[in-house]
Each structure stands twice: as C-alpha cells, then as structure tokens.
Design a protein around this ligand. Sequence first.
Ligand SMILES: C[S@@+](CC[C@H](N)C(=O)[O-])C[C@H]1O[C@@H](n2cnc3c(N)ncnc32)[C@H](O)[C@@H]1O
Length: 201
Amino acid sequence: MKINKRLKAICDLVPENSKVIDIGADHALVDIYLNKIKNCDCLATDISPNAIKRAKINIDKNEANVKTKVIDGLPELKDEIIIISGMGAKTMLKILHSQITNDLILSPNNNVHLVRKAMRKKGYHIEKELLVKENHYYVITYYKFGKHKRTDDIVSPFLKNNIPYMRKLLNYYQIKSINERKLLQKLKYKHIVKKIKRTIQ
Ligand SMILES: C[S@@+](CC[C@H](N)C(=O)[O-])C[C@H]1O[C@@H](n2cnc3c(N)ncnc32)[C@H](O)[C@@H]1O
C-alpha cells in the first residue's frame, strides 16, 4: 500500500500490533496502513461526518479493518497510542486540553514550539522525533508521559550546538548544509528560535 512520506513517517513511529486512535483522521490512510501492514487495531475519528464518509470509502476499498467515529476531540481512552497530525497547534492543544497519560504521536502544521511547551508542562517527554520533507518540512514527535533521560529530539542538538550529533542528523535527513540558521529557516523555525530556546532546556 502506497502512502506519502509524511504519513509513512507517522506510521514508522507506531510499533506493530498497537492499539491506535487517530484524531482528525480525515482520509484514514494512516489507520488503513497501520491495520494492513502493522496489524494495528485502529479507531479513526473526525469531527466532520463528511471526512468519516471518505474514510469509510477508503477503508472498504482497501479491505481494512478500521473502526470509525464522528466525534469532536478525544473519545473515551484506555491505553491506546493517540495520533494527531495535519492540523494547527492550537486546534491540537484544544483537543488535548484534559490531562491524559497515553503515548502521543503529534505533528502540528504550525507552531511546533507551542505543542512542545504544552506537552512538557503536562509532564510528557520526547521519546523520538522525525523530520520529513514533503514540500514543507514536517516534525513528527512521539511523546511519552513521565520523565526520561534519553530523547531523540531533532531540534535540541542544533540549539545546543552539538556538532557531532548535528552532523549525524543532517546525514540522516540528507540535508547537506550544517548551517543551523539555514536549517531552522527550512523548518520555518526562524521566527520562533527564541521561543524554542526558552521551551527546550
Ligand atoms: C487536514 S486533516 C488531517 C488529516 C490527517 N490526520 C493527516 O495528517 O493527513 C485535519 C482533520 O482534522 C479534523 N478536525 C479538526 N478539528 C477536530 C476536532 N476538534 N476533533 C476531531 N477532528 C478534528 C478535520 O475535520 C480534518 O478532517
């Protein structure tokens, strides 16, 4: 099954056989992929009945086993991994207003720093983070509740000027320049670098 690089990166962060709730699933392609390829148990939700109609068509077309639900924000949760991607940070944080402890995969379309700050305040740490280029650069972050020493955070090394780690990441993401400012510009962080510096210790 073919999905774009951004959606594939989201799926790459999900372990096989996971229980997943995708909030604002729209087309539900992430859920279809996770169900078919990684044997995940997925619930695709959206505030829009039309989006869920579209999702159901895609699910049937791909013969996937994905549940759907029209709902504004979070449904009742157990221990599922929650995915929220492709929407603005403010909408995302509204959805996450209650205190929860589920693992989260978040990829806001803008204001990544607002999400980082809010998640730290809620007691989450970054477990792993991916950067994907598809017209724009997208940051996709796996958050876990509680404190943890090890993080795989793509932004902090640049801010801390950790050259060896920066080189490793630039190689990994096939970015040729090691110029921090250029990369931050590409990430659309230029105007928020100061805020990021405040939000990342
Ligand atoms: C641009 S789509 C993103 C689809 C997919 N997650 C992705 O990353 O490609 C954003 C979706 O979020 C949904 N949405 C916006 N606010 C929501 C809310 N409060 N609760 C659930 N879904 C919401 C919209 O209806 C829309 O289908």
